[in-house]
Design a protein around this ligand. Sequence first.
Ligand code: AMP
Ligand code: MG
Length: 424
Amino acid sequence: MKTIEQIAVELQGYDPQALSAGQVNEFLARLVTPVDATEHVSPFGALGRALAEDVISPISVPPHDNSAMDGFAFDGAQLGPDALALDVVGTAYAGKAWQGTVKPGQCVKIMTGAIMPAGLDTVVPLEFVKASAERIEVPTGVVKPGDNRRLLGEDLMAGQPALHRGQTLGPAALGLVASLGLPSVAVYRRVKVAYFSTGDEILSLGEAPREGAVYDSNRYTVFGLLTRLGVEVIDMGVVKDEPAELEAAFRSAAAQADAIITSGGVSMGEADHTKAMMKQLGDVAFWRIAMRPGRPMAVGRIEQAGRSAVLFGLPGNPVAVMVTFLAFVRPALQRLMGATPTEPVLLQAHSGEAMRKKPGRTEYQRGIVTRDADGRLSVRTTGNQGSGVLRSMVEANGLIVLHHGQGNVAPGDLVDVMMFDGAI
Ligand code: AMP
Ligand code: MG
């Protein structure tokens, strides 16, 4: 496990007071390594988990050549310029092989998924033939030799890697695992993440409103983001800006969890105890990131009871919390979960408005992407981009990413958008 200082010397141009978003992710890729424990779970228990080993296919899928259609199977070599008349000599059902032999001039009625009888390579679908019970006529031009036959192993050949370590198992992968006949797969153990909000002005639900105080929203957005990510969450409530309370919270979180997420108390001018306590209990760096929103952030590790938890001290502003989570915490937690982080797929849309942007920092504007009448994608902002305006995250369906080196945007310019999809 590397210390903050060891990582800092590895990175070119590391300046905690001026990090680009890209440098933050490079740093985190070095700080966070996968949990080491793995377990075997059934496909039903594997959704959203990261594979701990490659899955090698023990069988070929499908295990036999079989029919892709309901129809009649025959030897395609007989197809010629004229219609082909064939005698029906039997029926092949899915699930049991048809045992007879088929001579030239003959065919077998066949169901989708049934094994192709020996020597037959072509299926003419039912709807294309003139058929009586004993005889069919295959018109010209409706099939070529080999049509409508699925080949042995065309999905997967025995011995081939079907899935790779670090892959996050989605619905299709669960089905693929099952299609190989595997009752279980090796996945990394579930990651536990503890989170709490800090600040004397933060009210918990149920508390009476009072002047200068706001209700805690960060715990709820963080809960939602973490749950979507598939980690086990440990909600530690709101912690007052008081050394003993903060110390107890950090110690308890580090003793139980693999990662700790806090919000608030990491800005420059903070007169509170959060930063001091992080520093006292852990190996922590305090960063100013060249981005908007989400400039201040603390990152490091807190050791407790022989365990080590990765710490993400997020800013307090509700939008900054979500943006820093998506940009940095999410890929870092994916790594901790054993998953190979996936780059979000950015789509391009035409900006509906001018946007002022200074090169030298990454900006994330809340965007609403729509399709114009002429079919092209457009994006407009949600209006007030204040980092406290949580409503903007609700109204948006994605974040407009104005990259580090990018300057002003004119109406009609193409901009990148990170769509929220399932992440939010
Ligand atoms: P801080 O980073 O502690 O300076 O907080 C920045 C802003 O975010 C302040 O206006 C805080 O009141 C607000 N804030 C901090 N924590 C929360 C929270 N858990 N829920 C809602 N707003 C918060
Ligand atoms: Mg504060």
